[in-house]
Design a protein around this ligand. Structure first.
Ligand code: AMP
Ligand code: MN
Ligand code: MN
Length: 330
């Protein structure tokens, strides 16, 4: 076990120093990878390559089809174990070592690069920037500090991280600096129209069938709304795990709703929960109380089944927060 370093004053520089000194790195992110995890993993791999290093890019789960057109995506291998003589493992947007769900990470020097509100200094070197719109934004800053060239392929991956983590520049993490970042990426060769088409207009039919099942289960209660799908719905729709992405937003899109959640029954009957807010309710506080985490307006956790019990548990935590809100116009 490598001893923890004291929190560095300039974590970006400290990360860069480790990258410069080492030769071979493992790069990974969280399970059920999203646009930010996939894009930031590939872009960091490309940066390391430019620095003359060897980067092994891995994920415990397979890459969702909507990200399969990202340049360099084939360099991410789906593995369950970290195998190799790595100088360090780099975990992107994980708030614990367990979020990567890879065996064998403990024996390496760990670098944690995260932008979650629930980010924690669990690694030997921790760079947590809760202001960054995506982990990709942090990789971009690392690349600039390393004087690396932002190639069109890197720009495409990085643009995908910020597009998806801001929900198409809609969520509360969208700042003036987010547009400046996106602007730089488009100048560097990211094609926003093609990327939007790949991410938002390339859905599988199974996803829409599953959405139909979820909408049939939509419930509204004052400032809250929720929907769910059972294993039966998943099977009937021929849906894959990735088809669940974004379904929660349909409940959140209702006028007057301040927080929404989506429950999905997994094959082992446990319940995967996606929580979203419009800003007034801190859904990360609920997710972390229930063993998960995330951002103020987008968080998640997994609860034991059956589904009605998980639903009660979430409502038990959410109802008081919704009741405490000032009355609205809806
Ligand atoms: P999801 O609803 O799965 O899209 O997750 C929403 C946000 O919460 C993402 O930023 C996730 O990285 C984060 N998140 C989801 N589940 C967890 C968890 N168990 N622990 C920490 N963060 C989580
Ligand atoms: Mn993520
Ligand atoms: Mn992210």
């Amino acid at each position: 076990m490598v001893p923890s370093l004291p929190l560095p004053e300039d974590p970006l520089q400290a990360v860069l120093d480790v990258l410069r000194c080492g030769q071979r790195f493992l790069v990974c992110s969280h399970t059920r990878p999203d646009g930010d995890s996939v894009g930031s993993t590939i872009a960091l791999g490309m940066l390391l390559q430019q620095m003359g290093k060897r980067a092994d890019l891995v994920s415990a789960d397979h890459i969702p089809t909507i990200y399969s057109t990202l340049p360099g995506v084939e360099s991410i291998r789906t593995v369950q174990r970290a195998d190799g003589p790595f100088d360090a493992v780099i975990l992107l947007e994980c708030d614990t070592l367990q979020r990567a769900r890879l065996h064998g990470l403990q024996s390496f020097f760990q670098i944690n690069i995260d932008h979650h509100a629930t980010g924690r200094p669990f690694a030997h070197l921790n760079w947590i920037d809760r202001e960054a719109a995506s982990a990709g934004e942090m990789v971009y800053r690392l690349a600039l500090a390393a004087s690396a060239a932002i190639t069109p392929a890197m720009a495409t991956c990085l643009y995908t991280t910020v597009l998806t983590d801001t929900g198409g520049f809609c969520y509360g993490n969208t700042r003036a600096s987010t547009f400046a970042f996106a602007h730089q990426l488009v100048l560097a060769g990211a094609d926003p129209i093609r990327i939007a088409r790949d991410v938002y207009f390339s859905m599988a039919t199974s996803r829409l069938l599953l959405l139909g099942a979820a909408l049939a289960n939509l419930k509204r209660e004052g400032r809250l709304a929720w929907l769910f799908v059972t294993q039966h719905d998943m099977i009937r729709s021929c849906a894959a795990e990735e088809d669940c992405e974004g379904i929660v937003n349909f409940a959140l899109s209702i006028a007057g709703v301040e927080a929404a959640f989506f429950l999905r029954e997994l094959a082992d009957r446990s319940i995967r929960v996606s929580l979203r807010g419009k800003g007034q309710i801190d859904v990360a506080s609920i997710a972390s109380r229930l063993g998960g985490g995330g951002h103020r307006s987008a968080a998640g956790c997994t609860l034991p089944g059956p589904l009605p019990r998980a639903l009660d548990e979430i409502l038990f935590h959410l109802r008081p927060l919704a009741a405490a809100l000032v009355p609205n116009r809806a």
